[in-house]
Design a protein around this ligand. Structure first.
Ligand code: ACO
Length: 403
């Protein structure tokens, strides 16, 4: 039991739970995960069904509104997302202020937060219509901002969204269209993008989502809250993992080197970890990883990159690690990031954009969770306690007497 001086409860019992491994911070009706069985559902619908039979519109509407949309609701929703996809011309000037080689995630943290300066109505978070408008604006503008960040970083002119394209198609169009040639959309890649977005949309109280909720609990502006989520997502232990997986596979370099890599991952004195392996909640195969693996095969086939040496290493690494006692005992299996890097690379998405793409998808979950929290009739600011390990009482020493 803890020294009460160090962890003083304000009311009732107080728990010490670093990393929040066993603390429920909110009630939610959005996403359910069964980490033992490897199950993920959005509002009761399995991720497999949504990825295979649904699309971006279905999953986004479902997370935001709680139900799958009818045909007319789909049409209206798609119109609204298209309608909000442009960003203010003044905001576009922000991009020129960043250093040319800035990481697009650094840019995203800044420009998404800056949206608050453009939409003063978004501060009225007590108004349900304004809340929904902020959610739609964020979902609709994220691919536009992400694509501008990319185009700026490579010195190409920015590409505006088109009203005749779907959300995923528009994202690809804004990333890859160049003025000198017509961009030909590969339907297989557009479908893959759609599935990747659906798989990454929400994952209950992960680090970035709980950051959004913590920021939102102070009734901060929704654009600022989402910017905080982007910052939390950036790290390699969270959304930055797919980028790290690719780098790891490149370092491994050949299937022959896999056993050495596994030994390094087991060594507690070595900081090396198997990136794309392990999850705080899943202690079995991440259900998203299974879908991602099959998308990976399809994309590589469509892009005629089936012989990608990194895929060979990844498949073999998965094979060996999932039958290794160390990984089995700790419930370490591939997570969604394990195959997403290889897939995105085959789609022509640059590595620096992987986490940005994740942020585009996760915005749907962030705003849904933010909206759910804002609708709570009894809002409470997030305010964890700490276990104080410092001195309790010291006498002040004048500067002349300090040594
Ligand atoms: N490689 C080797 N060993 C690992 C790995 C790994 N990737 N992940 C966990 N372990 C080991 C730990 O060393 C520890 O071993 P021990 O019990 O002998 O001390 C045990 O497994 C438990 O690990 P924890 O760090 O306590 O697990 P935690 O739940 O805190 O971490 C995390 C989860 C951060 C995802 C971790 O597994 C990891 O760093 N994985 C690699 C990064 C990654 O893929 N992140 C993406 C997560 S999914 C997402 O954000 C979309």
């Amino acid at each position: 039991f803890l020294d009460v001086r160090k962890l003083q409860p304000t009311t009732g019992m107080c728990t010490f739970d670093p990393g929040f491994t066993s603390t429920g911070a909110c009630q939610s009706q959005i996403t359910f995960i069964d980490g033992k069985e490897g199950v993920l559902v959005y509002r009761g619908y399995s991720i497999d069904d949504l990825a295979e039979k649904g699309d971006f519109t279905d999953a986004t509407y479902l997370l935001l509104h709680g139900e799958l949309p009818t045909n007319s609701q789909r049409e209206k929703f798609e119109f609204e997302l298209t309608h909000h996809s442009l960003v203010h011309e003044q905001l576009i000037k922000f991009f020129q202020g960043f250093k040319h080689d800035a990481h697009p995630m650094a840019i995203m943290v800044g420009v998404v937060g800056a949206l608050a300066a453009f939409y003063s109505d978004s501060a009225d978070i007590g108004n349900p219509a304004e809340r929904m408008r902020s959610c739609l604006r964020l979902i609709a503008k994220m691919p536009t901002l992400a694509a501008i960040a990319y185009k700026t970083s490579i010195g190409q002119p920015i590409v505006y969204p088109r009203n005749d394209l779907s959300y995923s198609e528009n994202f690809l169009h804004m990333l890859f269209s160049v003025p000198s040639e017509k961009y030909v959309m590969d339907p297989e890649l557009a479908r893959a993008m759609e599935i990747i977005l659906v798989l990454h949309m929400d994952h209950e109280q992960n680090a970035s989502t709980s950051t959004v909720r913590t920021a939102g609990s102070s009734q901060a502006n929704p654009f600022a809250c989402i910017a905080s989520g982007i910052a939390a997502l950036w790290g390699p232990a969270h959304g930055g993992a797919n980028e790290a997986v690719l780098r790891m596979l490149e370092v491994i370099g050949h299937v022959e080197n896999i056993p050495d890599a596994l030994e390094r991952a087991k060594d507690k004195n070595d900081p090396f970890r198997l990136m794309g392996f392990g999850h705080r909640v899943y202690k079995t195969y991440d259900p998203r990883a299974k879908i991602m693996r099959s998308v990976c095969h399809r994309v590589l086939k469509a892009a005629k990159k089936e012989n990608d040496p990194l895929l060979k290493i990844a498949l073999e690494l998965e094979n060996i690690a999932t039958s290794d006692e160390y990984f089995i005992k700790r419930g370490l299996y591939p997570n969604v990031d394990f195959y997403s890097g290889i897939t995105l690379r085959a789609m022509g998405i640059p590595v620096s954009m992987y986490t940005v793409l994740f942020a585009v998808a996760r915005t749907v979950g962030w705003v849904s969770q933010w909206k759910e929290m804002a609708e709570d009739p009894v809002p409470r600011i997030s305010r964890p306690r700490q276990m104080y390990l410092g001195s309790m009482k010291r006498n002040f020493v004048d500067v002349e007497s300090r040594c």
